[in-house]
Design a protein around this ligand. Structure first.
Ligand SMILES: C[S@@+](CC[C@H](N)C(=O)[O-])C[C@H]1O[C@@H](n2cnc3c(N)ncnc32)[C@H](O)[C@@H]1O
Length: 275
């Protein structure tokens, strides 16, 4: 055992490392020592040399901009506890707004629902928890993502269909009542791709051709065939893409189109109903 208590370690790490967030340091220590915040401050535990080395390595990764969720393999999303690794996008608070808008729009009645590009399973699994009677299919082109979604399905005792597919090309026409997607929507030349958080996330989850709108166009076009008449499409998009996404939905036969803002006040969610 190292004699230095955790509280002293936190203070010395705050002074010496390049992470401004005390919370990040606390979370790394709690993760390595497998304790919660109460125990961290009530018992002020000591730690082994091995623990200390692990803590320092994780802090170094955080200093290099890696998202905390990749270090602790965990994030809370909606009402779920999700396993996360470098194969999937770290689910964002703006995507919780997407989940909220879907839930606000429909009751519990049984529906066929599709979460396209599920990544960690965040959207589809949050909906499965809130609407147990919905028949939910979650797809991704990446097998590695589907493995993570499968872990999360088991971890949260939920049941959805996991399907490996390139957007909508393997589905029956006229089948789904609701399609939801948070697709890649960042242009490959956008400098944000090189920013700290995004740099560590899978490019396939972030970047789309045609100024970031290529995948949204495909989903709107193919989705209009897969949805039942009067079915709904919900899409997350970039803060500056709202007008273009509304136009894309219009051109693909959707009406009653509405845009919703995220928690920062940026236009972020577009929904429409197939005519
Ligand atoms: C922005 S991430 C969203 C992940 C998750 N739904 C979330 O909100 O956290 C986009 C996801 O779309 C998947 N994807 C990219 N191209 C795809 C394609 N052609 N067909 C299906 N999924 C695709 C990526 O693998 C990634 O998991």
């Amino acid at each position: 055992m190292n004699d230095t208590p955790a509280s002293q370690l936190i203070n010395s790490l705050i002074e010496t490392c390049n992470i401004s967030s005390r919370l990040d340091i606390e979370l790394v220590i709690m993760y390595v020592l497998e304790i919660d915040k109460n125990i961290l401050y009530r018992d002020d535990p000591s730690f082994t040399k091995t623990d200390l080395n692990r803590i320092k390595k994780l802090i170094e990764r955080r200093e290099n901009g890696e998202p905390l969720a990749y270090l602790t393999n965990n994030i809370g999303f909606w009402n779920l506890d999700l396993f996360i690794n470098q194969q999937v996008l770290v689910p964002r608070p703006e995507t919780e707004v997407l989940v909220e808008k879907v839930l606000d729009s429909f009751d519990c009645e049984r529906r066929q629902v599709l979460d396209l590009g599920t990544g960690s399973g965040a959207i589809g699994l949050a909906l499965a928890k809130e609407r147990p009677d919905w028949l939910i299919t979650c797809t991704d082109v990446s097998f590695d993502s589907l493995k993570v979604a499968s872990i999360n399905m088991t971890k949260n005792s939920l049941d959805v269909n996991l399907v490996n597919a390139d957007w909508l090309n393997s589905f029956k026409t006229n089948y789904f009542d609701i399609i939801i997607s948070n697709p890649p929507y960042i242009d490959s030349l956008d400098p944000r791709i090189l920013s700290d958080g995004l740099l560590h996330e899978p490019r396939k989850a972030l970047v789309s051709e045609s100024n970031g709108l290529g995948d949204i166009k495909k989903i709107a076009k193919e989705g209009s065939k897969i949805l039942v008449d009067k079915g709904y499409l919900f899409l997350e998009h970039g803060y500056d893409q709202s007008d273009k996404v509304v136009d894309i939905l219009n051109k693909n036969g959707f009406s009653q189109i509405k845009t919703h803002k995220d928690l920062n006040g940026d236009d972020r969610i577009c929904m429409g109903q197939l005519n």
